[in-house]
Unconditional design. Structure first.
Length: 446
């Protein structure tokens, strides 16, 4: 039996329609739908809800039997039913209640009230139980408030990154399982550092708060807006395809751009837009929407750019910048890693400039050779150092080389360079292997 909670005012309206005596209105009202086996309780008090549920559960068979009996009688469409001394057990205590039911065959509904039986009513227990339930409800409400507080960004009062990560992961699962339409908008404030430098961080915070308030008030109730970090924000749009998301992004871009902020004047935002794909992971969808935002900022700012899938991403956005944290401390390995990154950027530059396909394929061929040479050199060094996971590391190298050669063969055959090859260079060679697997031996060589 399903239960739903309704407002007492709704019961008052229903009572008026069903002409039940007014003296019963403020007891413990309920309604039961026999066909759906659904119970409605017209009280927000958890004690009343539990009491009525137990009472109807015990008398459900009698009520349904009476309802079926009336259904077979074409003449009788309305009837009253009364039963007293129903024993309801709550927390090991027995409470006697009486049930008054009104059968409305025209609406297919049984409604009524529950009343405490005057005889054998344990008033002390009732008072204690009600107080217990209300205290429990208060604790639950306080815990919920604390939970929401933990998910809020204190400055902007938007959701924080932790909450957004949870929600995004849930939506990724829904898209992967059911193929639902879910979109994502990532945006940040253009030249926000200038605002902080010129007007100070206090006014910068004021801009963040004012902008957050305007964004929040102009998105739909179903949309989730979070401060992703600093001046960067993320909007999750459930049940929304990318065309609608683009429209929302453009609307927000104009909304902020046309607004005059106190003391600082006009402020502008750049936005990246994408739609979740069934094959997306948390990392892939964020990378794609981040690339869209990067493209918007690189090509004029104060605009939105949409990448529906990875094939939409221009090669010009794929420049890899070397970071000092990638250095392991061994001069030869570090020099070769830097050389590989530089060569990757050379390939991406050629692709973005739409150079001749044969020229790009030649560069890809050289990339395979350079990678293979680096692996062999690195293996010699690790063997000399006695790296404990040397054999496993060598196996990883071999699998990467085989994959690279197969991809190169396919690209050469088709005379085109597809995103799978680009993904191999960035994901498999640089991000997964160089930054993850190689990092495991850094402590040995430093």
């Amino acid at each position: 039996m399903q239960i739903s909670i309704k407002d007492k005012e709704e019961w008052v309206n229903r009572v008026g329609e069903l002409s039940i005596a007014e003296k019963y209105i403020w007891d413990m009202p309920w309604a039961y739908h026999p066909k759906d086996k659904k119970l409605e309780v017209f009280s927000k008090d958890s004690f009343v809800q539990e009491l009525i549920y137990e009472m109807v559960l015990q008398t459900e068979e009698i009520l349904v039997g009476k309802y079926d009996e009336l259904s077979s009688d074409l003449n009788e469409k309305i009837a009253l039913f009364h039963q007293d001394s129903i024993q309801v057990n709550l927390m090991g205590n027995s409470i006697k209640v009486e049930l008054i039911a009104f059968f409305d065959m025209n609406h297919g509904l049984i409604s009524g009230i529950a009343r405490f039986s005057e005889d054998a009513l344990n008033y002390e227990f009732i008072r204690e139980y009600i107080q217990y339930k209300r205290n429990l409800d208060s604790v639950v409400q306080e815990n919920e408030q604390l939970r929401l507080l933990a998910y809020k960004d204190q400055l902007t009062q938007l959701y924080n990154r932790t909450f957004m990560e949870e929600q995004l992961n849930m939506q990724i699962e829904q898209v992967g399982r059911y193929g639902k339409d879910v979109s994502l908008i990532l945006f940040d404030i253009d030249d926000f550092k200038v605002i902080n430098d010129v007007y100070g961080h206090c006014l910068g915070d004021k801009v963040l708060k004012e902008l957050s308030s305007r964004i929040k008030s102009h998105v739909r109730a179903s949309d989730i807006v979070a401060r992703w970090g600093g001046e960067e924000f993320l909007i999750l749009l459930p049940e929304t395809d990318v065309k609608v998301a683009e429209g929302i992004a453009n609307k927000l871009c104009h909304l902020i751009g046309n607004h005059v902020f106190d003391c600082v004047g006009h402020v502008y935002i750049s936005l990246g837009v994408t739609q979740l794909n069934t094959s997306d992971s948390f990392r892939t969808v964020l990378k794609r929407v981040d690339k869209a935002l990067y493209h918007a900022k690189q090509h004029g700012k104060n605009q939105s750019v949409c990448f529906l899938n990875d094939d939409d991403i221009p090669f010009s956005t794929m420049i890899v910048s070397w970071h000092h944290s990638w250095e392991c401390g061994h001069s030869i390995i570090d020099a070769q890693h830097k050389n590989l990154v530089d060569y990757v950027n050379r390939i991406f530059k050629a692709m973005s400039e739409k150079q001749d396909v044969s020229s790009v394929i030649y560069l890809l061929s050289k990339m395979v050779q350079k990678t293979k040479h680096h692996f062999e050199s690195e293996e010699l060094i690790l063997a000399q150092l006695g790296y404990s996971s040397f054999l496993h590391h060598k196996e990883l190298h071999e699998s990467l080389v085989v994959k690279a050669m197969n991809l190169h063969r396919d690209v050469t055959k088709s005379q085109s360079y597809q995103s799978t090859y680009v993904s191999y260079i960035i994901e498999d060679v640089i991000l997964k292997h160089m930054l993850h697997e190689d990092a495991k031996f850094y402590s040995l060589v430093k």
